[in-house]
Each structure stands twice: as C-alpha cells, then as structure tokens.
Design a binder for this molecule. Structure first.
Ligand code: PLP
Length: 285
C-alpha cells in the first residue's frame, strides 16, 4: 500500500558520505550529481574533513547514532528511491550503515567503498584500516559496489595491475556476495580507461579514451552518485529495478562523467573538480 503522504512527491536520492569543505568531493559532489540526474538530493554527513583542492588533511567521523538517526528521519519523510554511500570513516559507521541498508532493503544502494583520498597531506584516511572486514559485509547489501583498483585490491587482499586482473576482481567481488560490481580501472595505465561491470550473469568491459590533462578529484563520488541518481529518476518514472536498469544507469553515468571530466573546472590552487550537467534530453529517454 503506497504511503498517501508521498503522493505527488518528487523522487529523491540520499547520500551518506563525508563533507569536503571545498565542495570537490563527498556530499557536495553527490548533490551536484543527483541534480544532474534530475532528482532531489538528500544528504547525511558521515564525517567532517579538513580538506581543499590541495588535499585531505584530517578526518573526524560522526557518531553512528547520529548517522542512523538522520537517515531514519529522511527515509520516514522523503520519497527516497536510492541510497549512495561514500566515505564512512569508522568500522562502527560501516556496521550502522549495513544495518540501515538491511532494514530498508527495498531501496537500492550504490556503495562506493572509499578508503583513501586522491591527494592526501599527511596520514588521514577516509576509512580506518580496521574497517575492512565490516566493509566486506556492507558490499553484500548493495545493489552495486564501485571500488577503484586499490579499493578492490584491499577488499580482496590482492594487487590489480592488468585489465585481466580487473576482470577477475569483478568476478571475485561478486563471489564475496555483491549483487553487481563496477571496478574502475582509471588508475591503471594504457590508451583506454577500462571499467568492469560484473554480475552473476555477465561481465562487461566499459572502455573510454583516457584523458590526458590536469588531475581532478571527486570522480569516484560523482560516478557512484550519478548511478544512484539515475536509478532514482527511472524508479520515479515507474521503471522496474532489474539488471537492465542497472546497466543503463552505469552507462548513462559513464557518459555524464566523461563529459564532466572533459570540462573539469579549476576552482583554486589544486586539483580540478567536476560539474556534471543536467540535460533535458535525459527526461525523454
Ligand atoms: N573527501 C570526502 C569527504 C569524501 O566523501 C570522498 C569520497 O567519498 C573523498 C574525499 C574522496 O574523493 P577523492 O578521492 O576524489 O579526493
């Protein structure tokens, strides 16, 4: 029985991630991506950082109780059609988010298992090393997990150096219990940047020409949120959640982020940032 209070409500996507005060990564990047996907963005802050385009300096995780309370409050009252998780900081927070995703298992979740920032000034981490075991449980309740090569390697206890190893990592992470895995090969070398989308049924390689240019950050946050945003938008249109919608959302997100990377923006002294654009054509797909 649909909740009558939600009749006429716009579809929303919810991010649970960290705050980067310069706006390049974390919840600020996620909200821009949700906007580009055409859905309303809600945000729960899992950790605070001292950070700028010059790099990450320090991290203060928020309490698991506060995160859970915020998530429950938003889910009770807003029409949240998908959830994206990013930097969570501590094992306790990862366990709390796992419990939330289990409780609200009707809402699909994109889990970006963020561990280390692109540029770090010192030793700060976005996920404690002791949280790896908890992260292996979180990926089991995700619709799709989006690790980069280092994160996939850490989850599997291996080192990924080639496209073949990237493929094998996708399959192995599905073996760990993830429903679908998008392993991002952007950190490997070669003319093309290759990502692997693996499910129990298939393994697809997604290739884009590698861009040469100044380094940017917030790419992982943006891609995962574009996927979550597109899923929310399509579910809001009444489309069924299945592997076809997942593949469509990943391909759509890749196209969006590729054009955002081509137009990466300089806002200061350090890394460039991404601004994916909303396109009206997407509404008529
Ligand atoms: N900073 C915060 C607060 C984040 O939440 C994230 C990703 O979730 C990052 C940084 C990572 O971004 P990047 O590695 O692109 O710098």
């Amino acid at each position: 029985m649909p909740d009558r209070g939600l009749v006429g409500a716009e579809p929303c996507a919810l991010t649970i991630a960290g705050l980067d005060p310069s706006g390049g990564a974390g919840i600020a990047a996620d909200l821009r991506a949700f906007h580009a996907a055409g859905v309303w963005g809600c945000a729960v802050c899992s950790l605070l950082t001292v950070q700028s385009t010059a790099g990450l300096r320090s991290v203060v995780p928020q309490s698991a109780e506060l995160i859970s309370e915020q998530v429950e409050e938003v889910l009770r009252n807003e029409r949240v059609m998908s959830i994206k998780t990013g930097a969570l900081g501590s094992a306790e927070n990862v366990r709390a988010v796992t419990a939330l995703l289990k409780k609200y298992s009707n809402i699909p979740a994109v889990v970006d298992p963020v561990m280390i920032a692109t540029r770090v000034q010192g030793q700060a981490r976005l996920l404690d090393e002791s949280a790896l075991t908890a992260m292996r449980e979180l990926i089991k309740v995700a619709l799709v997990v989006t690790p980069n090569v280092d994160e996939a390697g850490a989850l599997l206890g291996t080192k990924i150096r080639t496209i073949e190893e990237l493929r094998e990592a996708g399959i192995a992470l599905v073996g760990l219990g993830a429903r679908a895995v998008l392993v991002k090969g952007g950190h490997l070398t070669g003319e093309y940047s290759v990502d692997v989308l693996a499910t129990k049924e298939s393994v697809v390689l997604l290739r884009t020409v590698r861009r040469k240019g100044p380094e940017f950050h917030g790419g992982g946050c943006t891609l995962a949120s574009l996927v979550a945003g597109h899923i929310a938008q399509r579910l809001g249109q009444g489309v069924m959640l299945d592997d076809d919608l997942l593949t469509e959302s990943v391909r759509w997100a890749k196209r969006k982020i590729t054009s955002a990377i081509a137009h990466a923006t300089k806002i200061g002294k350090g890394l460039l940032v991404l601004r994916p654009l909303q396109s009206w054509i997407d509404y008529f797909l």
